[in-house]
Design a protein around this ligand. Structure first.
Ligand code: UDX
Length: 435
């Protein structure tokens, strides 16, 4: 099958490469000239394990092409996916749909045959309906079906998530669109991935509901962690104790500095606005947003308190800057408010992240010293703070840290180490929700 993917960002690139891997011919349209030049030259603008190889293989096989011309990309395409960005609109928390509607209009103008327009970008409930109206207005002469096919890709494991999904959600009222998308996802039938057909609005809501629920789970365990600290309980055991209940499940119960990234903060905020607009406010999600914002803002104070009330003049090693491991994404990363506040309070920061340093540089205040490795960052540090749980940090032996650090204090916001072992190694070790 021939398909067009409008938008060569995270979602477009991963989905496009994976559809090509299924054997389809995929034309990716990218309007940013710098990104396009990079993609055409075999470069990948984002960090995602396995993606460079997948893109290279499929480009070499001629199944995956990159261009900026919508008309040639949609020519003969049975499905046109809209995968452009939907950032949070400045001021009101709504998703900004400017790029989505502009893409739909451009596609409609140049379509020569009936096709299905599919939204992959996360769009507010009701957007599919508006897209159908635009298509009808611009091309009353052509039958163009609309479908919503939200993505549930996690950064860092996006390819596995695409190839072995928990489910595929397809929202549409058109039988033809259902058939086209069923055929496109046919390779997943072999692994019996459930494919859920719903109405347009339902599919759009499922995406927000899934991310809001997961964000709520994370926020719940973060609050439990605070309670554990006061009550002398251990949040790891609480998470295990509740997570083994099949109705709750063990995933997304790791306490930490608060969620970040490109999706949870944006989607929870959009969910709040969508629900308010429909006169059915979600007080739970409103609280999740507020609690998480406050948590991220309070993490620096926790570090200052652990340092005895002041970090002025102290050297702090910071390990991990990205919002989570296996990505270079710094969007809404807890490290941004934490490092900002520590610098404001007069600390000297030596930072290291395995993949995110280039993205971090423009977002962190001047004065942060970027180092080439975890041990280099720890050199001469009075205290060490872990913000992101990269695997390579787990493997650092405490005596190696002890040999290079000046002080003996570790504040671990991701619970990487065993508190007993760290204490036995002579460290004062503060973690999240553990005695
Ligand atoms: C998320 C959804 O998982 C994915 O389905 C959706 O399509 C996009 O948004 P992603 O943003 O890549 O994916 O990250 P995810 O792994 O879900 O983590 C989100 C945030 O929650 C991160 O800041 C992470 O550190 C935090 N988190 C996650 C926790 O603090 N504890 C957990 O147990 C899980």
């Amino acid at each position: 099958m021939r398909i067009a993917m409008i938008g060569g960002g995270y979602v477009g690139l991963v989905s496009g490469a994976c559809f090509a891997e299924f054997g389809n011919e995929v034309a990716v349209v990218e309007s940013d000239p710098a990104k396009l030049a990079m993609l055409r030259g075999g470069g990948i603008p984002i960090y995602e394990p396995g993606l460079p190889e997948l893109v290279a293989d499929n480009a070499r096989a001629g199944r995956l092409t990159f261009g900026n011309d919508i008309e040639s990309a949609v020519r003969g395409a049975e499905a046109v996916f809209i995968a452009v960005g939907t950032p949070t609109r400045r001021g009101d928390g709504h998703a900004d749909l400017t790029y989505v509607f502009a893409a739909v209009e451009q596609v409609a103008r140049v379509l020569a045959a009936p096709t299905v327009v599919v939204t992959k970008s996360t769009v507010p409930v009701g957007t599919g309906r508006k897209i159908a109206e635009i298509l009808c207005e611009v091309r009353p002469d052509l039958t163009i079906d609309v479908a919503s096919n939200p993505e549930f890709l996690r950064e860092g494991s996006a390819i596995a998530d695409f190839m072995r999904p928990d489910r595929v959600v397809i929202g549409t009222e058109s039988e033809r669109a259902r058939e086209t998308l069923r055929a496109l996802y046919r390779p997943l039938y072999l692994i019996e991935a459930p494919i859920l057909f719903t109405g347009l609005e339902t599919a759009e809501l499922i995406k927000y509901a899934a991310n809001s629920f997961l964000a709520m789970k994370v926020t719940f365990i973060n609050e439990m962690a605070d309670l554990c600290e006061r009550a002398g309980a251990d949040v790891h055991d609480v998470a295990r104790g509740i997570g083994l209940d099949g109705r709750i499940g063990r995933k997304f119960l790791h306490a930490g500095p608060g969620f970040g990234g490109s999706c949870f903060p944006k989607d929870t905020l959009a969910m709040v606005r969508i629900a308010q607009d429909h006169g059915a406010p979600t007080r739970l999600v409103e609280t999740v947003v507020a609690v998480n914002d406050a948590r991220k803002a309070s993490m620096a104070a926790r570090i200052v308190a652990a340092a005895g009330g002041s970090v002025r003049g102290k050297t702090i090693a910071v390990l991990g800057l990205t919002f989570k491991p296996e990505t270079d994404d710094m969007r809404d990363a807890p490290s941004i408010p934490i490092v900002g506040r520590l610098i404001e309070d007069g600390a000297h920061i030596r930072a290291f992240d395995p993949a995110g340093m280039d993205q971090a540089r423009p977002l962190l205040p001047p004065g942060v010293q970027f180092c080439n490795g975890a041990l280099e960052a720890a050199e001469g540090a009075d205290l060490l703070v872990i913000i992101t749980e990269w695997n390579e940090f787990r493997a650092i032996a405490p005596d190696k840290l002890g040999a290079v650090m000046k002080g003996r204090l570790i504040v671990d916001l991701r619970n990487l180490y065993d508190p007993m072992l760290m204490r036995a190694a002579g460290f004062t070790y503060a973690s999240i929700g553990r005695p």
